[in-house]
Structures are given as C-alpha cells and as structure tokens.
Design a protein around this ligand. Structure first.
Ligand SMILES: [Mg+2]
Length: 179
C-alpha cells in the first residue's frame, strides 16, 4: 500500500537524544568523578560500562533516579520543544539505561509532562553494553542526528556509523558544540 507523504521537503528529520546528561540532569549532590566510577569500569575513558549485578546496587540506582533528584536540563528541553513545534523533526530518546530503570524512566516523563515531544522512547531493555546498544538503535531507527554527552561513546560511533550527524553536548556549556 502506498501513502502520499507530501514532497521531500515535508519529510521529517529524525533526531535521537541520549537521556542522562542531555535531557535529564544528573543528581546535583553526586560529584562527577563518583558518577563516572559508578557508570564506567575504569576512569580512563575506556568504553567498558558496568552493569550493577547486585539487587542492592540496582535498588540504590533506582532510588537515585527519582524524578525529583533528576531535574530536566532546561536549555535542552527548550530546544526540544522548539524542534517539536516546528513540525520538521521526529524526536526519539535512545538511552542506555538498563531494564531495571524502565518504570523510573516512564515516571520521569509523566512527572515532567514531556512524553508527548518524543515519537518513541527507547531504553536498553536487554542490558547490552551502552555503545553496542546505541549503535544498533541509531541504525534501526535510521536516525540522522544523534546527541549525547559521552565523548568516548561518540568517538566509537563516529568510527562505525557514517552519515549520522553526531553531536556532543556538555552540561557545562550553554550551547551544543559540534565535535
Ligand atoms: Mg548520557
């Protein structure tokens, strides 16, 4: 079956957003180097991510993802709303949050009423290594732009995915800086 979709200029550009550090702020009371230690196996910026195996640690992570502890990053939310309103983009979330954060993630979008701005929200339900998961999803969703705050991960993607605009965003800076 064929559906008329308008001329080419009507086609929407697909943009993917990482979640933590791009849409959602990190908990303000946890220093960066501790965050880094919790998430990565080594602090030397290698691409090996830790999966919290114990139920205890999963629970601590679950607690630390309470919506009140994870405020939206205002300047990026503003941009997301503008992109959404322009009607020229389809926005996706591709987050490597593990499966035990599924409900927490849904709670967050409900709490801040931000669900409607995204066509789909994907998290890492099979608990793959984050870079493997994101590479797979960017290809699957045919994203044209992907925005993330993880430099080693973007470097990995840059080598593996051509024709996708990879954008590095840092919490410290006011604007997106192109890598
Ligand atoms: Mg991130």
């Amino acid at each position: 079956m064929y559906f008329y979709r308008g001329n080419m200029s009507m086609r929407k550009t697909k943009i993917g957003f990482d979640l933590d550090g791009v849409v959602i702020g990190k908990p303000f009371f946890v220093p960066d180097f501790v965050m880094e230690k919790l998430v990565r196996l080594k602090v030397d910026h290698k691409l090996t991510y830790r999966y919290p195996e114990s139920k205890g640690e999963q629970y601590i992570r679950y607690l630390s993802h309470h919506p009140l502890l994870r405020p939206p990053i205002r300047k990026n939310i503003k941009l997301i709303k503008e992109l959404y309103k322009s009607n020229k983009y389809e926005l996706f979330v591709v987050s490597s949050r593990y499966s035990f954060l599924d409900e927490r993630t849904k709670d967050w979008f409900r709490f801040y009423k931000l669900r409607k701005f995204f066509k789909d929200i994907h998290i890492n339900m099979k608990n793959e290594q984050p870079h493997i998961y994101k590479e797979r999803m960017i290809k699957k969703l045919k994203l044209e732009v992907f925005i993330d705050d993880d430099k080693p991960l973007l470097n990995y993607l840059k080598k593996r995915i051509k024709k996708v605009d990879l954008v590095y965003v840092s919490d410290q800076h006011k604007h997106f800086s192109k890598k």
